[in-house]
Design a protein around this ligand. Structure first.
Ligand SMILES: NC(=O)c1ccc[n+]([C@@H]2O[C@H](COP(=O)([O-])OP(=O)(O)OC[C@H]3O[C@@H](n4cnc5c(N)ncnc54)[C@H](OP(=O)(O)O)[C@@H]3O)[C@@H](O)[C@H]2O)c1
Length: 300
């Protein structure tokens, strides 16, 4: 048997539970992996609450990004074999907070040897999002990129990517995350009512790109500082659009590209907490509070 964490109805954390099921079998084009680590993301509780309007039948498995070792491959899979270490998104309808997970081979890549399974498990959602948000609009070295939510799972990576490209990065986060944000090479600005003033003081001619990981009022506060069309928001495309911006763009090559970058240690995830699978509730709660530092990971 194999454990998997699910929710049984749309609602709060009380709908979550760890259940047992047989080890899954791969369908055509699929891999089954033994999960070594799974990244926790805000999308996990947003799906549970029914916020994303995804039609589903219960119980719904939780967890979208995983790293692990292949234990079985389906027909039409030629690139992988049992024993391979991989990372990727789970297949639609599948879950990653589990002893075993099902992935589509096309949504997986080989795990770089130098990357831990925990670090690898932060790439398929958080890493690719940071990649997409920082590459869709080409800035030049020295141009200014603001990361709103720079101490979280995506923002911490986006700030580092910006510095690799020699952008002038301004990271907005709570005071508790000052050191974390500054460790990326970004200039720290405290979140809250003074954030816009803090950014204006550093970029009086305006901001070349706002990478938003927070949305709503904190985004509204700083959005007027962006040059036209220069806002990309992962959580709140509607507010971004009010100011001429948009949501997350998607590059089909993002997973391979950011895995290569992180495999070489050029950009690294901060893993602030690891929880065993039987404490998955605590892992989800840590992210649901909305103030996690870096990434929370479940290690079955
Ligand atoms: N569209 C997509 O494909 C996509 C993909 C990935 C993520 N997302 C969304 O993007 C958002 C960020 O994801 P994540 O994984 O980085 O989440 P996360 O790890 O929870 O990070 C969010 C960060 O936002 C900060 N924050 C909260 N309120 C703030 C405020 N008022 N001002 C400034 N910072 C504030 C928190 O730090 P402090 O403690 O400093 O406040 C926290 O570190 C989530 O809403 C997620 O659902 C969307």
């Amino acid at each position: 048997m194999s454990r998997i964490y699910v929710f049984t109805a749309h609602g709060g954390p009380e709908t979550q539970q760890l259940i047992e099921r047989p080890v899954p079998e791969p369908g055509p084009g699929e891999l089954v992996i033994e999960v070594r680590a799974a990244g926790v993301n805000p999308v996990d509780w947003k799906i549970r609450e029914g916020r994303l309007g995804i039609k589903t039948s219960f119980p719904v498995p939780m967890g979208r990004e995983v790293a692990g070792v292949v234990v079985a491959v389906g027909s039409e899979v030629e690139a992988y074999a049992p024993g391979d270490a991989v990372l990727g998104l789970v297949a639609p309808g599948q879950g990653g907070f589990a002893d075993h997970a099902v992935l589509r081979a096309k949504d997986a890549v080989v795990k770089p040897e130098d990357l831990s399974f925990a670090a690898a498990a932060t790439i398929p959602v958080a890493g690719t999002t940071a990649y997409d948000l920082t590459h869709a609009i080409e800035l030049k070295a020295g141009e200014t990129m603001v990361v709103l939510g720079a101490g979280g799972g995506v923002g911490y990576l986006a700030a580092q990517i910006g510095r690799v490209h020699k952008f002038n990065v301004i990271g907005i986060a709570s005071e508790a995350k000052r050191d974390l944000v500054e460790s990326t090479g970004a200039t720290f600005v405290a979140s809250g009512s003074g954030a816009a003033e803090g950014v204006r003081a550093l970029a009086p001619d305006g901001v070349d790109l706002i990478v938003d990981l927070v949305g709503r009022q904190p985004l509204r506060d700083i959005a007027p500082l962006a040059k036209p069309g220069r806002i990309l928001s992962a959580p709140d495309p509607d507010t971004a659009a009010e100011f001429g911006g948009s949501g997350r763009p998607r590059d089909a090559e993002a997973l391979a590209k950011i895995t290569d970058v992180m495999g070489h240690g050029v950009v690294t995830s901060l893993i602030s907490a690891e929880f065993p699978l039987d404490q998955a509730a605590d892992a989800v709660a840590a992210v649901e509070k909305g103030h996690a530092a870096g990434k929370v990971v479940i290690v079955p």
